[in-house]
Write a protein that binds this ligand. Structure first.
Ligand SMILES: [Zn+2]
Length: 275
């Protein structure tokens, strides 16, 4: 399937991604009364002619395999009938050995299979966002997230234009992943941070990453090219739920996380892991 990315620039130097080439930085006017002006015109968020071809079909819903189990005893009851995002070996019965019904404690082995989506752009699966097509259909075109200045410690919210930033980040990845050798480039490992809207210090605004891993704003981190701000543990969490191997150095996990989120956004895009 052919993907068409309209790359505005191949020599996209991401160190400028947040402050100079990123138009739709906006501030949350709820906090202090007079945030400084932004550097660029937010009107760029209207880009009707974006040439990103979405795949022909939206991501298919979970496979129905687990949904209609034959009327076995009651073993399936405590488990919501949703597919399993974690890699499940084909040998079916074994992994269930500890999943006993225990009405007092709810699902064992911890966790329900689905979560309350932490953001409008999140699905009810951990570390998963909707496809770009679904988001556009839902009218979601702006992705916001919290940041905090390392200097003045001000916390505020910034926004990214979804399509514009995905074209930039996804396009860059698609163009260059064959030379990455499954490792994130240096500027993704140590992102140049944005300029603070309050104290105006450069390279000072870092994302506020939720301590609850199932509430991490992955799409915001992707669009801001700030995945590298995640800890190893957070990256492993994403890779686990994206069904990537969770081993390896941090630059590999950062690469996989970029790749995985881009694939969620554009499931038919050129974001398959190639060995
Ligand atoms: Zn500041």
């Amino acid at each position: 399937m052919t993907k068409t990315f309209t790359l505005r620039e191949v020599d996209d130097h991401p160190e400028s991604s947040m402050s100079t080439t990123t138009p739709p930085l906006e501030i949350d006017h709820r906090i202090p009364p007079s945030p400084p002006p932004l550097h660029e015109d937010p009107d760029l968020r209207r880009q009707p002619n974006l040439n990103l071809s979405l795949g022909p079909s939206p991501p298919s819903p979970p496979p129905p395999l687990e949904q209609q189990p034959p009327p076995l005893p009651n073993h399936f009851l405590p488990i919501p009938p949703i597919y399993f995002p974690e890699p499940q070996p084909a040998v079916a019965p074994l992994p269930r050995r500890n999943r006993r019904r225990n009405p007092k404690h709810g699902p064992r082995e911890g966790k329900p299979k689905t979560i309350e989506p932490p953001f409008p752009w999140s699905t009810d699966h951990r570390a998963q966002v909707h496809s770009l097509k679904n988001l556009i259909d839902k009218g979601i075109n702006t992705i916001s997230g919290d940041v905090q200045c390392k200097r003045c410690e001000q916390v505020y919210q910034i926004e990214y234009n979804l399509q514009e930033k995905f074209l930039k980040v996804g396009g860059y990845l698609a163009e260059n992943m064959h030379i990455f050798d499954h490792r994130a480039p240096a500027h993704w490992m140590n992102p140049t941070l944005g300029k603070c809207n309050y104290c105006h210090q450069e390279n000072s605004v870092k994302p506020k990453i939720s301590e609850k891993k199932n509430s991490i704003n992955w799409l915001f981190l992707l669009l801001g090219e700030m995945i590298g701000c995640c800890t190893l543990e957070q990256l492993k969490y994403f890779c686990k739920h994206a069904e990537y191997h969770r081993t390896g150095a941090k630059n590999r996990l950062v690469f996989l996380t970029y790749l995985g989120i881009c694939k969620q956004l554009d499931p038919h895009g050129p974001f398959n892991l190639i060995f």
